[in-house]
Write a protein that binds this ligand. Structure first.
Ligand code: MN
Length: 414
């Protein structure tokens, strides 16, 4: 029997873009969360005395690999070395190796796969021989079918595991389509387990053999909600089993709250505080986005306090305790009350055309020129690359859709 941990997309030192104006202790907790999730992972590995760990890419959030992130990873890898747990690690599109000479050395229990598909072998304490095949990204965009380079199952190993950071073709997610593969391709290798990374929502693509996206270890924004963690994988002869373990110190949640029959500020404030209490627990902190529905009975003044952010600011006066429940967003869901066809439905062609125009560089540039020319924003100019523009347009689209009463996330997360 062999037992190991499969995790991916740790995104150490994620900058948590788009979260601003928070109390310092909340910001600090969020900033430390990707690191803490890694510590929890190592704690779990030591507690379960696993044979080894597979990390399937995007260990760091950025290819520049902050020194803090590297030093933290190193510290945790040393803890594993002390208890003889090896780590098999591939780098993904976020933490591809850009340049030599900018990496801290990891202890020798960490095997980092090279950019060419390679197979490492490991013999466990119970003398079981494991083959592990994978590769690391050497650039952000890998469009080749790297899966074609993976060898057939090793004839000398008891178990063969594939590590792959890539996109499953036909997957409905919005993730970038790097290192694409299909299930028949994975199946054709006859491995015992596929430790996949890249998609942040955990998914089991196949039960036999197991082909699994473990998801990320810590959600980074509203769209990455719910429990995040890793899988403990047990392989024994012809049986295979996975158990999920939460690792994230902070969880994102979006909840709907009906204000039917509520009129005054006191009534609304009370029901909001009750909602916050419901989400308080010992296991993890919670960042709540609350969508208010049935707001028809509210006094006009209360509605204004919600719209202007006054009420949200009041809810954010929380005591400095961890785990906390903190409301990051308070919005009014308008679609159910309007009960009209949305502007998007009424003018589908115009809507599409506007979106397409904004996707093009010139329209975006014209629209944002005066904004970016302001002295204080000089540094931001550096960020005006293709990906940045795509994201801004997506966020704008999301915002407009919500205002027009349309649901559904269009934000691209990888
Ligand atoms: Mn990722």
């Amino acid at each position: 029997m062999v037992q190991f941990i499969h995790a991916a997309d740790l995104h150490l030192d994620s900058p948590f873009k788009g979260i601003k104006g928070l109390p310092v202790f909340i910001w600090e907790a969020i900033y430390q969360s990707t690191f803490q999730a890694l510590t929890h992972l190592v704690d779990l590995a030591i507690e379960k005395q696993v044979d080894f760990i597979c990390l399937a890419g995007d260990i760091y959030d950025g290819e520049d690999r902050s020194v803090k992130a590297q030093a933290y990873l190193k510290k945790e890898m040393v803890r594993l070395k002390e208890v003889n747990i090896p780590v098999y690690l591939i780098h993904g599109n976020h933490d591809f190796k850009e340049q030599d000479g900018l990496q801290l050395d990891m202890p020798d229990n960490v095997h980092i796969f090279q950019e060419v598909v390679e197979t490492a072998y490991y013999e466990t304490a119970k003398q079981e021989r494991i083959a592990l095949t994978g590769f690391s990204y050497n650039k952000r965009w890998i469009n080749e079918r790297k899966i074609a380079d993976y060898p057939a199952r090793s004839s000398t190993a008891d178990y063969h595991i594939g590590l792959l950071h890539g996109y499953q073709e036909g997957n409905s997610s919005e993730h970038d389509k790097y290192a694409p593969f299909s299930l028949p391709e994975l199946r054709s290798k006859h491995y015992d387990y596929w430790a996949l990374g890249h998609i942040h929502k955990r998914q089991v693509l196949s039960e036999h053999p197991l082909m699994v996206y473990s998801g990320n270890t810590q959600g980074r924004n509203r769209t990455e909600s719910g429990t995040k963690g890793c899988y403990l994988v047990t392989l024994e002869n012809k049986t295979e089993k996975i158990d999920f373990f939460p690792l994230a110190p902070i969880q994102w949640k979006t909840v709907e709250l009906s204000l039917k029959g509520k009129k005054s500020l006191q009534e609304v404030y009370q029901v909001l505080n009750e909602t916050m209490s419901v989400h308080q627990n010992e296991e993890h902190s919670t960042l709540l986005a609350i969508e208010l529905t049935d707001t028809g009975d509210l006094l006009e003044g209360v509605m204004r306090k919600i719209r202007q952010g006054d009420l949200l600011e009041g809810l954010q006066q929380v005591s400095k305790t961890i785990p906390f429940v903190f409301v990051v967003q308070l919005s009014i869901q308008s679609k159910k009350e309007l009960n009209l066809p949305s502007l998007i439905q009424l003018f589908p062609d115009e809507w599409q055309q506007t979106l397409e125009e904004l996707q093009e560089g010139t329209a975006f540039k014209e629209t944002t020129q005066s904004f970016f020319e302001q002295q204080r924003l000089n540094g931001v100019l550096l960020a005006r690359d293709e990906k940045y523009r795509k994201r801004i347009v997506q966020m704008a689209e999301q915002e407009i859709r919500q205002q027009l009463g349309h649901e559904g996330s269009v934000i691209d997360e990888d």
